[in-house]
Write a protein that binds this ligand. Structure first.
Ligand code: BTN
Length: 264
């Protein structure tokens, strides 16, 4: 018996393939036990819509804002490629679509929310991160690579990640990683191919813990920032924040939300 067969909850090539139920995304899935980053592996193949790399472990997982992403076994790590008919201004909408898809899937396991732009949080801690990379040629989008890391069965985050949690910790039971991967892909697939943009935006706003909350906008990656009220989320994925009576638009960077990740 192979190692992966011993525990049916563990991510495996056969388990993930058997669970898949999507329409379009991951038409071509490549499974690897270990990669540096699923983004690196994705680049090794001929680009095609829905090409997906899934891994049980990454040695150099990357997160937003140049951070690293803890990628030990017990997590689910995947990147997929989209070739959307979008220009540079509308491409950020893909981030919203993916956040809504993951949110729909994880909501079946535990109560959760989206923290702008695309963290999925539960009990004030992070369960999942999403990173999209847009490949532009002039103002045209050639492709978008989306990378998703889900803390499924990780139970020890060490002292350096006090704001992380996992579905296993939230639900108090082992999570079937193959099934979870398939459910996330199915929801992203439905959100991407079948759902109206206005529906996605409304759903994102309803699920977003940042909207209508006191926030701190960290300019230039600084720990400190300016406090304000998040008053809206726009179709391009940016935030409006009211600071000292003036609305500013934030489309990148770090925005802390009062009550989440220890911000008080
Ligand atoms: C974040 O910082 O919140 C985004 C984290 C994205 C992590 C995923 S894991 C799969 C893919 N490969 C990577 O190296 N990063 C993304």
């Amino acid at each position: 018996m192979k190692k992966a067969d011993k525990n049916p909850c563990k991510l495996s090539e056969s388990g993930a393939r058997a669970a898949l139920q999507s329409y379009n995304i991951e038409k071509r899935m490549v499974y690897c036990d270990t990669v540096t980053s699923t983004f690196d592996k994705l680049k090794e193949f001929e680009p095609c819509e829905g090409l997906t790399v899934l891994a049980a472990h990454q040695t150099a997982g990357v997160g937003r804002l140049g951070r690293s992403w803890k990628s030990t076994e017990g997590g689910i790590y995947f990147s997929f490629l989209l070739l959307p008919p979008l220009n540079a201004d509308t491409a950020p909408f893909i981030t919203l679509i993916c956040a809504v898809g993951v949110y729909r899937a994880l909501s079946r396991y535990t109560e959760c929310k989206i923290k702008w732009p695309n963290d999925i949080v539960s009990g004030g801690r992070k369960l999942c991160g999403i990173l999209s990379k847009t490949n532009l040629c002039e103002n045209e989008v050639k492709s978008v690579s989306v990378g998703i890391g889900v803390n499924a069965n990780i139970t020890d985050f060490g002292d350096d990640l006090p704001n992380a949690s996992s579905l296993k910790l939230m639900c108090g039971k082992d999570i079937d990683e193959n099934r979870l991967f398939a459910e996330i892909m199915h929801e992203i697939d439905k959100a991407y191919y079948l759902t109206e943009q206005s529906t996605i935006l409304n759903e994102y706003k309803k699920a977003c813990v940042t909207l209508n909350r006191e926030v701190m906008v960290h300019f230039n990656g600084k720990d400190t920032g300016e406090r304000g009220l998040c008053t809206d989320i726009l179709a391009d994925g940016s935030l409006n924040v009211l600071i000292d009576g003036k609305t500013i638009n934030v489309n990148y960077g770090e925005v802390s939300v009062r009550g989440i990740y220890g911000y008080i």
